[in-house]
Design a protein. Sequence first.
Length: 570
Amino acid sequence: MTNKVISLRHAIEVNITPGMTVHISLQAGAATCELARQFWGQDAGFTLIMNMIGGHHALSLVHGGLVKKLIFATCADIYPRPYPNPVIQRAFKNNTCELENWSMLSLTQALMAGALNLPFITTRSVIGSSLAEDNKHAIRVVEDVFGSGEQIGLIKSINPDISIIHGWAADPMGNVILPGPPRDAWAAKASRKGIIVCVEKIVSEDFIRRHSLLVKIPSSLVNAVCEIHFGAHPQNMSAQSLPEFEGYGLDREYLNAFRKATEDSEACSQWVKEWILNCRSHEDYLNKLGNKRIQALKGNGNRRISVTEKKAPTTEQALEKEATPAEYAIINGARIIKEIIVKHRYKTMFAGIGISGLAGWCAYYLLKEEDYHVYLIATGIGYEPCPGDPLLISSANMATAKMISDSLDQHGVGAGGSNSRCLGVLGAGQIDKYGNINSTIIRSRKGHDIYLGGAGGGNDIASLAQEVVVVAVHRANRMVENVRYITCPGKRVSTLATDEGLYLKNGSELVLKGYYPKPDVSEENERIDEIARGCGWQLRRAPQIKKLAPPTATELSLLRSFDPDGVFLG
């Protein structure tokens, strides 16, 4: 075929039937809405594969009962900060949708095996976690047959029936340029029955040839090409390396309204009706958004951050208010991260989202002041955190990256490569005295389990990085004797930094090594007893414990420059 260009409605009609396993890319918002319109009210019985589903139109498919099984890496909302998603929580509680959680890397590896027509693929992620226990149907842990003595995971390949992706451009045959990072390329290549491609613009074959280094999907795998302007909304599209295109930013206002609607089932149904079912086409959807809003998002998506904009505000601004518990924890984390990186000469640092990410960002600049440059990994590889927006995947941060790639490079090579020398920095929904982290399910003894967000990339970092630092706010229900679900094994966790103190691994357990004093508690033993009462495990203390200095004005100035609205700082 020389021309595969058809309407989105027709592409869904001829390529998707009930019972299929469907992969949807993060940017394929318009196509997801069309899928919901065509199958709403039916017993569609889809198995849905997505890396991240939080804040996406695909949640409407789960809410409407169109999805019988969800295969994912993370299901939490990530904007304005990580939250458990109510749609997923209701589906889990009511047992209306089976949830199969993998890590970012292990899911990518399973899809890669599917694309290569392999029965399975090896991995070092997931081993020793509750994910491996939950997914026994698709993973085996064996000893390395070549005699290293290491335990290796064998993950069964995954093949969607059909993949729906949204990219920047394609020629009429379907050679596709994806936005960065190209995290959905392997899922698309693994699809047994082909790919539905949506793009911002259909271009000529000559354009594709001139940009062939950016083409991630060949036309031989593509069934249909649909031109869908602004089709990623409410997600963003970065036009990095493509000056011919006009990028657009994340619609934060829309995501906040969507998040609020999902908190109540009836409100969520009303939202789906208003924004999807009553909009009979993507054109209707754009008309509802309005041109003024669209133009504003385009302006946000095309702003470039210069080096001169990255300076922190003055220390006078930082002194206006007292440091919050989150700020105490972050500065505590930043200091020990800096110390560990210098001591062990780590080359890379993988810092996650939220307060752990902010601790990594502060440490990055504290190290830079001493002429020690560490490569940051997450938004991209070798990026520099920009002030004004604590969102990890902000377009400003992405614009500073020296390499944009998928989970194989970021988690596989960046965190776990043979020459990477990586320090991981993670947060924790719960952490126990052994360093095991739970960010998936809060197990209730009364049977009222709560689903959080899934493994994301945290399991990969905990499994692959040479050492892991955890940054968290001290709470008794967060620091527990034993986590009842292990999302991230604690084997590589060496340090826990909180707003109360600093814990270092001594043998297999975390031991209190330092503490923040309080003005109203003069005696050291009294202060440590107070910390112990707020800890969910029997607190052990080091023979010598140091007093931690409170955050300085300079440290707070740097930290608050990243999060001026207090999204994470509180």
